[in-house]
Design a protein around this ligand. Structure first.
Ligand SMILES: [Fe+2]
Ligand SMILES: [Fe+2]
Length: 157
């Protein structure tokens, strides 16, 4: 599998999750529920963004630099995490809800930019062999960070 296909598959899972958050967040009655949902999104986004920073930024660095987008790419990842982390300190439910929904909108915009610009650019500029090798690294990284719920081991097969 190419790295771009792997990352796009992750995006599809996020899009479903973001749909669910947008539908349920206005109905949630407690601050704790919103914080817990935000913490889950924060942790999943962190894993996804770290993968992109580690596997993508290196091979595509010169292209991002030409577009003047190198720092923007990493800053957006940092910014998305920052907005979600702010929710941890919030004391009022309305503020938590507003921040959470704003963070969801920003995440969607970021995904959209990657799907329209970054992934096609990677497919154009990187060799098929490189895309496949990065896809293999993605697979290994994901396997190594999976924790088996029943035995608490890192990889349980
Ligand atoms: Fe990203
Ligand atoms: Fe992404």
């Amino acid at each position: 599998m190419k790295i771009t296909e792997a990352l796009l598959a992750e995006h599809l899972v996020f899009h479903n999750m973001l749909d669910h958050i947008e539908t349920t967040t206005p109905k949630l009655k407690t601050l704790a529920e919103i914080k817990s949902l935000a913490a889950m999104l924060e942790s999943m986004l962190k894993a996804h963004s770290n993968t992109e920073d580690q596997l993508f930024l290196g091979p595509l660095e010169h292209c991002f630099e030409q577009l003047g987008q190198r720092d923007a790419f990493m800053e957006e990842h940092e910014e998305m995490g920052h907005h979600l982390r702010r929710i941890r300190q919030v004391k009022r439910i309305k503020q938590a809800r507003d921040l959470f929904l704003a963070a969801v909108r920003r995440s969607r915009e970021h995904f959209d930019k990657e799907e329209r610009i970054v992934f096609p650019m990677a497919e154009r500029l990187l060799k098929a062999k490189t895309l496949a090798a990065l896809g293999q690294t993605w697979m290994q990284q994901r396997m190594n960070t999976s924790v088996c719920a029943s035995c608490d081991n890192k990889v349980c097969v």
